[in-house]
Design a protein around this ligand. Sequence first.
Ligand SMILES: [Fe+2]
Ligand SMILES: [Fe+2]
Length: 339
Amino acid sequence: MKQQILKINEVKQLQKNSDFNTMGIVIKVSTRRDRNDNIFWDLTISDQTGDLDGKAWGTASWWNHQGGDRFMIDPDNCGFRLEGLTVGLVGRVADFRDQLQYNFNEIYIVDQNKYPPIDFKRRSPINQDFLENTFKNLIAEISSEPIKNFLNAVFFKHGLWEKYKIWPAAFALHHAYTGGLLEHSVSVAIGARDIAKHYEEFKIPVDVDLIVAGALLHDIGKIEAYEADPVPTVQTQGNVIEHVALGYGMFVKFAALENLDKNLELALGHIILSHHGRREYGAPVLPETPEAFIVSSADDVDFKLSYWKMQMEASGYQNDVTEYLPMIERRLWRGISAK
Ligand SMILES: [Fe+2]
Ligand SMILES: [Fe+2]
């Protein structure tokens, strides 16, 4: 009997010794050798429900089903890159040192026209039209003409929008999927704008327009830091220069092209450079204005919330408290309300 093709989150719910069939795109494949010098592969595949790390041992068979033929291949010498291709997997859940381990016994590269990788790509759970409209409304609501004109020029005249609207916000960690940068930026802008409006009422002088502009621009460097295709990956310049500095460089170039007022350039540049909040988190300067405090705080909350959600979803909200997570320097608790 042919087994049903499971989604990755369904595979993750299987008990040990279960067999499974699944499909996804190859995110990462690396050739390794065990203690006895036998070859095996670490393989990460992904679909819209999540990522699955597994192993293909030396006994696994690799097949190419593209172009109507079916023949066995050597994954290390097949003449094309496996990353980004849609594959089918036949596997079994094993138990290794009391942890579940996913062994892939058959890996077959399917017909990419019939099963396009885009159908398996993770994307923002927030509706794309809603995000795009909200982004445009955030700009339309800005009352300062110089700021509004500058944003319109950056995104729509200089063409940043085409990438910005689909880019991931990370290659791992948070919003690491198509549309992640737009989702994160819009979320930070709305959060920061609402905090700013509150403080305006509480008699703290804050410039809401600057905050919205700073929030929409704060992570533009990610467009140069990451590559989106076939899956989010970090580029060399993303590693050695990083998105904060890359983004500032892009911003300075746009400011010159648009003759942006020097004071506005200083204020927005300060928000971009300080948004990580602490030097050890990659901020070359610390936030020093109400606008920079607010954007940096809204960015931090947005990151922490999406990271918490990602961790909870990874365990299907089954885990009460996670293990220590070095990335966020703490464990995370499901809390009393989340289900
Ligand atoms: Fe950032
Ligand atoms: Fe950010």
